[in-house]
Design a protein around this ligand. Structure first.
Ligand code: SF4
Length: 358
């Protein structure tokens, strides 16, 4: 796994983001106070179950949420020092593609089926840069070659429907990366692909990241993909961050019962031991409701009486780690803490985000 670059000013800074959706059934509080930072060139994985707010947070960065239903009710998003939520739509268009690229899960929905793939990439180049069509064509072919597409001149003239899933996803990556963005948001980029193609796409993303020093926000529920790519991991649950840390720390010493369950649900191929897999019983809470206490309480085997009453703050541990669980508080009696937390006890600082027992 790669080290986090030593950068002082974060490339991306999200501060207390809250997003609501208006539906016939009422308001859904999809994102409930997310704060995170990303540095230049690092790969951060955002993991969690469907509906936990990871894709909504990512789309908020690019302001791609459906305008009629979605509303950012609070928070700020800074990219490279620019307050993205204060930009006009025209200014935002310049940022999209040019400085922040995005890859979606299904390449078929991101590509125009009536346009050749070459033209779709060339169009991105001419829209953002003052170059002629011939130059854009040349650069597109060059880029197709760079990302390992054989016979790029021929591929340039082909339509998405005639390409395999893996090739289509390479084209989507080419569209997202051809302007050398500083941040790439990849939302489940390999979910629709089979395992061997998945590995090739991850290799390509890793290669492009090193070549262009692009930061990658990798949204996934696949922990294998996380282990392959990310230096840091952020775990979402019910619209909040519940744990964050270096990938190794998250995999080897999870501090939140939900993360612990996720890691224990992963089969280990080379441990040599027979271990039963853990499944997390129950379902995430209803985000229509105004949640009280810990959102994980009804599913948590370590829940204490007050967990359902008082929301745990996101507590900062050492080493850039953050956890939203009362068990990690300094003042928590050891008798109440499960072995897997006790054995790796980390120094705890005071909570950094609002909330608390008092
Ligand atoms: Fe479980 Fe309580 Fe921690 Fe929530 S705060 S994860 S309910 S122990």
């Amino acid at each position: 796994m790669d080290n986090i670059p030593d950068e002082k000013t974060p490339l991306l800074c999200i501060d207390n983001l809250r997003v609501e959706f208006a539906t016939y059934g009422g308001k859904i509080r999809a994102v409930r106070g997310i704060s995170l930072e990303m540095n230049e060139g690092e790969c951060v994985a955002v993991i969690g179950e469907s509906g936990c707010g990871k894709s909504v947070s990512a789309k908020s960065i690019l302001r791609l949420l459906p305008r009629r239903q979605a509303k950012i009710t609070d928070g700020r998003i800074f990219f490279d020092g620019i307050d993205l939520l204060s930009l006009s739509e025209k200014e935002m268009e310049k940022i999209r593609g040019d400085r922040i690229g995005m890859i979606f899960q299904d390449p078929m929905t991101s590509l125009n089926p009536t346009m050749t793939v070459g033209k779709q990439i060339a169009e991105v180049l001419t829209r953002h840069q003052k170059i002629s069509k011939a130059e854009a064509r040349e650069r597109t072919i060059e880029f197709l070659r760079l990302i390992g597409i054989a016979n790029p001149e021929k591929r340039y003239r082909e339509y998405p429907g005639s390409l395999s899933g893996g090739l289509r996803q390479r084209i989507v990556i080419a569209i997202a990366m051809c302007l050398n963005p500083r941040l790439l948001i990849a939302d489940e980029p390999t979910t629709a692909l089979d395992v061997t193609i998945q590995a090739q796409i991850l290799d390509l993303m890793r290669e492009l990241r090193h070549k262009f020093n692009t930061a990658i926000m990798l949204i996934t529920h696949d922990l294998g993909v996380v282990a392959n790519m990310a230096s840091r991991v952020i775990v979402f649950y019910a619209g909040q961050i519940i744990e964050e840390g270096l990938a190794d720390d998250i995999f080897y010493t999870p501090k939140h019962p939900y993360t612990w369950g996720l890691i224990k649900s992963m089969p280990k191929l080379n441990s040599g031991e027979r271990e039963s897999l853990v499944s997390i019983e129950g379902v995430p809470p209803d985000l229509f409701a105004d949640l009280k206490g810990c959102a994980f309480a009804v599913r948590c085997e370590y829940a204490m009486n007050f967990c359902a009453e008082y929301e745990p703050p996101l507590t900062e541990l050492c080493g850039g780690r953050r956890v939203r669980c009362w068990l990690n508080r300094n003042d928590m009696p050891d008798a109440l803490r499960p072995e897997w937390i006790k054995s790796e006890r980390t120094d705890v600082r005071e909570p950094v985000i609002n909330g608390g027992l008092e």
